[in-house]
Design a protein around this ligand. Structure first.
Ligand SMILES: [Zn+2]
Length: 404
């Protein structure tokens, strides 16, 4: 089952009754967290067993299903806490600060035509939440293949989870192999006998990261006397940075997926799991890994939703191998990969060709082949570049640039 959370704004202020429910909900979550920690349990059923009766007696009017959802939220927080605790990241007892509530799909009704949610508060008391429905939201509301999952209500917005059974992948008619770098995705697109170089550039992500990193270290220096303020300011910086980068990553992912979907391509990516930056290098290096991982996450997740096949391969030696004769070069080279056999290619594109070869040799590219001789050296297709951020849709025809 695939789940996608869609955010809706509310048409009016939240009714007062709903605010009371929030407070009860938060109390129930925090109570359950404390009870769970004391009893050393993290499963929802165990929490219900130890905390349900007491809370029910204190809050007899709260809708029982909401209370069970509160335990589920608490259970998620406890599991997270336990993981972090074991790794030595945290000692503090977790608690929920912000007002929110979650309801499972049995505990609310959404009229998908009008966009009105009927949320029961307690016996005999329901509130109506009017959602602001845009064209984007309509896509989800009108899609009959999607069923409703849980509902998360926050003071200024709600998140509706839409679910669908994972669609089967299409049989690829072409393949798009991408090498993920700090400032770009570089790759090769193979369709029939033709292979073309492809590029999606996002140089601004590294720039944003560097800028926020500098700003954070400046903040830390300035506020050395006040760790709490410094921490808060840094967190705020971090959140802003993530938002700005996330936005761009989504755009890059969208243009890659649009391209792949139109041409029914399989996507080949390198498996970044084992890749860790060298210890000796600066923290800078560590910061630059997460956008790449995040980009892969977004691509994989969106591809799954659309039924686009994604293949992950081990990137070992992909930047040092010659795809023609198989020789592995000892040293890293410049921008151009050159081999004694005469093959030469942009270093990143060369890596993507090797990723593709690995996928093909393992039978993961759906029977497609790649013939390096068919490579059109003079064509570079641009899937994405920063200038496109200003446009709403990448323009397919003018996006093709000829490189001489
Ligand atoms: Zn060679």
């Amino acid at each position: 089952m695939l789940v996608r959370g869609v955010v809706f704004r509310l048409d009016s202020d939240l009714p007062t009754e709903a605010k009371f429910l929030f407070e009860d909900f938060r109390l129930a979550v925090n109570n359950a967290i404390r009870a769970g920690l004391q009893a050393r349990v993290t499963s929802r059923n165990a929490l219900v067993k130890i905390a349900y009766k007491d809370f029910r007696e204190q809050h007899p009017r709260m809708y029982a299903k909401h209370l069970v959802s509160a335990f589920e939220v608490a259970c998620g927080i406890l599991k997270n806490h336990r993981k972090r605790f074991r790794k030595g990241f945290t000692m503090r007892i977790p608690f929920v600060k912000r007002l929110m509530m979650k309801a499972d799909n049995q505990a609310y009704k959404l009229d998908r035509k009008s966009g009105v949610i009927d949320l029961p508060i307690r016996a005999g008391c329901h509130v109506e939440l009017r959602l602001i429905v845009s064209q984007y939201h309509r896509k989800y509301l009108d899609d009959t293949a999607l069923t409703l999952g849980s509902l998360t209500v926050l003071p200024d917005r709600v998140v509706v989870a839409f679910r669908k059974a994972a669609p089967g992948h299409y049989t690829p008619a072409s393949v798009l192999s991408l090498d993920t770098n700090e400032r770009s995705l570089d790759g090769v697109f193979v369709e029939g006998d033709v292979a073309k170089a492809i590029k999606a550039e996002f140089p601004d992500i590294a720039i944003i990261q560097q800028r926020h990193h500098d700003r954070r270290s400046k903040l830390q220096k300035k506020k050395t006397h006040d760790r709490r303020t410094s921490k808060n300011l840094c967190r705020k910086e971090g959140t802003r940075e993530h938002h700005r980068i996330d936005y761009r990553l989504h755009q890059v992912a969208n243009s890659v997926l649009k391209f792949a979907e139109e041409r029914r391509s399989a996507i080949v990516l390198e498996d970044l799991k084992g890749m860790r930056p060298k210890r000796s290098k600066e923290l800078n290096r560590r910061l630059s890994m997460w956008p790449r991982r995040k980009l892969h996450q977004i691509i994989e997740y969106k591809a799954q939703w659309k039924g686009i096949p994604v293949v992950k391969v081990d990137p070992r030696n992909s930047s040092r191998t010659c795809p023609i004769c198989g020789r592995i070069q000892d040293s890293r080279m410049g921008a151009e990969f050159e081999c004694e056999c005469g093959w030469h290619m942009d270093r990143h594109i060369n890596a993507s060709i090797n990723l593709l070869q690995t996928a093909i040799s393992k039978g993961m590219a759906g029977g497609l082949r790649f013939n390096p001789g068919a490579f059109q050296h003079d064509v570079m297709m641009i899937l994405y570049e920063p200038a496109m951020a200003a446009r709403s849709e990448p323009n397919g025809t003018s996006g093709i640039a000829v490189v001489t």
